[in-house]
Design a protein around this ligand. Structure first.
Ligand SMILES: [Zn+2]
Length: 125
């Protein structure tokens, strides 16, 4: 093997490792992002990004709800509905999970997204 060949192989390996790390890191960053979709009476009221990380108050036509929005999930911390099933559901942390409040006709749905998923979503709608 010539010296030049060795250098080329070293460069190629370094680039491959850099790309691998870049994509790995990029993917992890994407999958950590989640959004909460808040539906009232079947209509999408608001989409909240979990990275905002704050407590929000929602006055929905049938009642008042306070959502506690954290980076790793969403919970209903207060609702003026009689059964409080939504409050007792606790925090949802995985995409696909949801909190339903039947008396207020509210659904809080957790969705995971990345740049790629978002594009697919737009096409699907
Ligand atoms: Zn409720």
């Amino acid at each position: 093997m010539k010296k030049a060949d060795g250098i080329i192989i070293a460069v190629v390996l370094t680039v491959c490792a850099a790309l691998f790390l870049f994509f790995r890191y990029g993917e992890q960053k994407h999958t950590n992002q989640m959004k909460a979709e808040i539906y009232a009476s079947g209509r999408l009221l608001q989409t909240v990004s979990l990275t905002d990380e704050r407590t929000r108050e929602f006055v929905i036509e049938n009642g008042k709800m306070i959502l506690s929005i954290e980076q790793d999930g969403v919970a209903v911390s207060y609702a003026d509905c009689p059964s409080r099933v939504c409050v007792r559901t606790g925090k949802i942390t995985l995409p696909g999970q949801m909190i339903t409040c039947l008396p207020n006709r509210v659904i809080v749905k957790l969705i995971g997204y990345s740049g790629f998923d978002q594009e697919v979503d737009v096409i699907a709608r």
